[in-house]
Design a protein around this ligand. Structure first.
Ligand code: BEZ
Length: 262
């Protein structure tokens, strides 16, 4: 099991700034593609559900519309403001800092866990937040996720003498590693699977990079960022861009359901 994301020596000061308007334009597919994991959650009317990494609240709103009592948390103040504007009960909080004790029937998470640096602190908090018998249902990037784009970003930085590995913000474990991690924290894993989900972008890969790969581009000047994004796009275009110009990124998902035993 890789514990890299919990070793303080490996934690570096990278950051991603989330702009809800930009996110709505370039990344609406993230919540749109969350339906299957919502179905796996199968929320029941009146259940108390915590949405871990609720983002701008688009999927949280769909979850709340099922009749569940939903609380969302996210570390981005901009996302929390956008989610509050939808009338949702959301709180500014990092996934590592959950203060809840046996409060929730379920914890739900879509496309957020791969951003969390302190996986063990988060999993301990999720376990503590659940009522005995409660479930943790989620989906995020698994081993091999966006591998071609990641490799091209690392290569663009290496050409500039920069070690991109130190800027890499993503945690994409294998199902074996994540099962072990869940079990280490006392969960019983009901199901866990890894599958490819090529994802069509609404626009250019450079826009996707500007939203999701900011951390890699941080050390570069604005002009260099433009150049690096163009290089990355050129490198992966032969495999990820169709002749009609539509991009399909090499997403791989890890989907799971785990239970806090009674
Ligand atoms: C995702 O799998 O949702 C994802 C991960 C990192 C960057 C972009 C998307």
């Amino acid at each position: 099991m890789s514990l890299a994301s919990n070793n303080p020596a490996t934690i570096v000061p990278f950051e991603t700034h989330w702009d809800p308007a930009d996110y709505g334009r370039t990344a609406r597919f993230v919540s749109d593609l969350g339906e299957p994991v919502l179905r796996l959650l199968a929320p029941r009317v009146g259940e108390r559900i915590l949405d871990l990494g609720c983002g701008d609240g688009a999927l949280t709103q769909r979850l709340a519309a099922t009749g569940a009592c939903v609380v969302g948390i996210d570390p981005s103040a901009e996302f929390i403001a956008a989610a509050k504007a939808l009338g949702l009960d959301v709180r500014l909080m990092a996934g590592e800092d959950l203060p809840f004790v046996s409060e929730y029937d379920a914890v739900f998470s879509n496309a957020a866990i791969h951003w969390i640096r302190g996986q063990d602190a988060m999993l301990a908090g999720v376990h503590r937040s659940l009522k005995p018998g409660g479930r943790f249902v989620g989906e995020f990037g698994g081993a091999g996720n966006v591998a071609q784009v990641r490799a091209a970003a690392l290569a663009a930085l290496a050409r500039r003498g920069i070690d991109g590995a130190a800027l890499d913000p993503w945690y994409f474990p294998s199902p074996e590693d994540y099962r072990a991690r869940l079990e280490h924290h006392g969960f019983r894993v009901v199901e866990i699977s890894l599958f490819e989900r090529p994802t069509t972008l609404p626009g250019e890969l450079s826009d996707w990079l500007g939203t999701f790969a900011q951390s890699f581009l941080l050390p570069l000047s604005e002009a260099e960022r433009v150049a690096a994004k163009a290089e990355i796009a050129a490198e992966v275009a032969p495999t990820l861009r169709a002749p009609d110009g539509v991009w399909s990124v090499d997403y791989v998902r890890l989907r799971f359901c785990a239970v806090r035993p009674k």
